[in-house]
Design a protein around this ligand. Structure first.
Ligand SMILES: *Cc1c(COP(=O)(O)O)cnc(C)c1O
Length: 419
């Protein structure tokens, strides 16, 4: 069980007096606590760093808070690299884990001195031609088949487009060594939103063993094992949160058992690229009920839509909803909570029991801090919302203004329209 909390109606009223709904709200305290929790759980590894996955919450103020807590960033595109640079990240504080990478993005990443995480064996020559090979590089491993944790299939890497096969790793590392690369990292991302405490430890064992094999086969030296993202959060109240301290301990046990005795390269760093785990539970999409409709179902229409939060429409994802100010009222009404798009999947909740909702009520849609705003889009001419930071002292700050119609029209050319 997980208690679903959100800022109070008073706080939301205060913000919404200045910033119109819908808006994404983030908790500074929560973000800092998450980063500190990770640093504590993996503190046994001297080189540990969380490289926050920028795509989860690409806002400079958020990234800077995490930078203050000792995090780096994981980027996957040119603009994410530029964003990281402008926040002040440089060199090996930046991981560049991309795929189908354009030449100029490799060049930019090399210019910043980022750690390159190669997705494919053919990218060895491509990177050599575009930016050049660094002295140390990371390779992304895809073991294929099913990824099993305990007795359960947690993911199907064999169907995923990412990474080198095991054979390609041997061949790729050999080639990289011939081309002068001195030290290696190994990365894998095998399943998403995993709340099983054995997800990271199981993957860590696989990566540690593979590094030892590559060391024995080729004499390759390793500087880093990158456990990537994928640690999940309990979106539903009946789900249980990951015990990150336990996860850290189990990864340590695997490290001590497999990597330490093998001496694959001295002080191997263990790093993570978490997005959802860090920012997911620390964000809410705040919206207001604007219409109520009774047909074959009972609908509440809100002023946010799937363009502000795509996960329910895209994955059928559950997001908990609190009707603010009615936290203690009985959930005795069955609703669909819907947005305004002409798409019937634009539903934040389907058949959800909630307290009776009145027009004007504020709703907090939970766990929208990661892959929420950032997956937004402009379909139907819907404009992106503001992002707001709730500070530790209870004050708030707009950290992204809402889009205006001028923003929407800024990339269009009306100048040569035929009569
Ligand atoms: C998306 C992504 C992450 C973060 O994933 P989460 O599920 O948010 O933890 C980390 N690394 C890479 C390479 C990614 O693409």
């Amino acid at each position: 069980m997980t208690e679903k909390t959100c800022p109070s109606l008073d706080v939301i009223r205060r913000i919404s007096a200045e910033i119109p709904t819908p808006f994404h709200l983030y908790s500074e305290r929560g973000l800092r606590e998450r980063a500190r929790g990770l640093n504590r759980a993996f503190g046994w590894n001297a080189g540990y760093k969380e490289y926050f996955a920028v795509k989860a919450t690409p806002n400079p103020v958020i990234l800077n808070i995490l930078r203050q807590e000792g995090c780096g960033v994981d980027c996957s595109s040119l603009t994410e690299l530029m964003l990281a640079e402008r926040v002040g990240f440089s060199g090996d504080e930046i991981m560049f884990s991309s795929n189908e990478t354009p030449a100029e993005e490799f060049e930019y990443a090399r210019k910043l001195g980022a750690i390159i995480n190669l997705d494919d064996i053919t990218h060895i020559d491509f990177l050599e031609a575009h930016g050049g090979l660094p002295e140390k590089i990371c390779c992304r491993f895809n073991p294929g088949g099913d990824f099993v944790v305990g007795n359960a299939v947690m993911g199907r890497p064999g169907d995923a487009k990412y990474g080198f096969t095991r054979e390609q790793l041997t061949e790729g590392v050999r080639r990289l060594m011939r081309k002068g690369v001195k030290r290696f990292g190994l990365h894998s991302f095998l399943a998403s939103n995993m709340t099983d405490n054995d997800y990271y430890p199981t993957m860590a064992r696989l990566l540690f063993r593979t590094a030892v094999e590559l060391h024995e086969e080729l004499g390759a030296e390793f500087f880093m094992i990158n456990l990537s993202g994928g640690v999940g959060i309990p979106y539903r109240p009946e789900e249980t949160a990951v015990d990150i301290d336990l996860v850290g301990e189990r990864v340590r046990a695997a490290f001590d058992e497999i990597l330490s005795p093998a001496r694959v390269g001295g002080n191997v760093r263990v790093v993570t690229e978490l997005g959802r785990y860090v920012s997911g539970p620390n964000g809410w999409l705040i919206t207001r009920a604007v219409h109520e409709k009774n047909t074959y179902r009972h609908y509440i229409g809100v002023d946010a839509c799937a363009a502000n939060l795509m996960r329910p429409a895209m994955y059928g994802a559950y997001h908990h909803i609190t009707v603010l100010g009615k936290e203690n009222e009985p959930c005795d009404h069955l609703y669909d909570i819907v947005g305004s798009l002409c798409e019937n999947n634009d539903k934040f909740a389907v058949n959800r029991m909630l307290p009776e909702i009145s027009i004007g009520d504020y709703l907090a849609i939970h766990d929208t801090g990661a892959h929420g705003f950032s997956m937004g889009y402009n379909y139907h001419g819907r404009l992106r919302s503001a992002e707001v930071l709730l500070r530790e002292d209870g004050s708030f700050r707009q950290i992204r203004r809402p889009e205006t119609p001028e923003d929407y029209f800024a990339t269009l050319d009306f100048s040569r329209l035929e009569p």
